[in-house]
Unconditional design. Structure first.
Length: 198
């Protein structure tokens, strides 16, 4: 039996929560699978949980699996010979190790201009939806995004600002780049593929 989530909201935040719920209800409905560049084997340890938090903050897109998946070139299994648990003691070095193994050219999404934006990407051969969450507490201007694959120009749906046009849109070298003029807490970007991206 499925249960509905229950939110406990501070009365001082009711207005903001109401505005966000209204924004979310107004988004075009899309049901697309998550996009990942590699897998993380979750054996239930606290270390693996912290590693997943670290990778998410660095916008390294992964899928959680129970055993190594042949679908991915990289399968991160903490405690294995290639990924000893001790590696997690230096989060920056560990994230850099994964980035080098994956290579920046093979990363599906890269974010420039902020260290406090987390992204989630869903998509198929025809379209994508990029979710952006700013956890820094301040508005961001001129966020630059690079996506692997060729996409047509689209719009962003930005909480608190409505529908905004993307700027400095360019497709070259097997990638699409654009800037989001501004965002506060949350934004969604929908793009259609110029040709199959996956």
């Amino acid at each position: 039996m499925r249960t509905a989530p229950v939110l406990k909201i501070d009365p001082a935040d009711l207005k903001n929560v109401g505005e966000m719920l209204t924004f979310l209800e107004g988004l075009p409905a899309v049901d697309l699978p998550a996009v990942a560049d590699f897998a993380v084997v979750d054996e239930g340890s606290a270390v693996t949980g912290e590693v997943m938090n670290l990778l998410a903050r660095r916008n390294l897109l992964f899928q959680v699996v129970k055993a190594p998946s042949p679908r991915f070139r990289l399968n991160i299994a903490m405690g294995s010979r290639e990924y000893p648990t001790a590696d997690a003691a230096d989060p920056s070095a560990f994230a850099l190790k994964i980035r080098r193994q994956l290579t920046d050219e093979q990363r599906t999404v890269r974010v420039y201009g902020s260290e406090v934006v987390i992204c989630r990407l869903t998509g198929d051969a025809g379209r994508i939806r990029l979710h952006l969450i700013n956890y820094g507490g301040r508005d961001i201007e001129g966020l630059r995004i690079r996506l692997r694959g060729a996409y047509r120009e689209g719009d962003a749906f930005v909480a608190g600002a409505g529908r905004l046009a993307l700027t400095d849109f360019a497709v070259a070298g097997g990638a699409t780049e654009f800037s989001l003029p501004r965002m506060a807490t949350y934004a969604v970007i929908d793009l259609m593929a110029a040709r199959s991206a996956f």
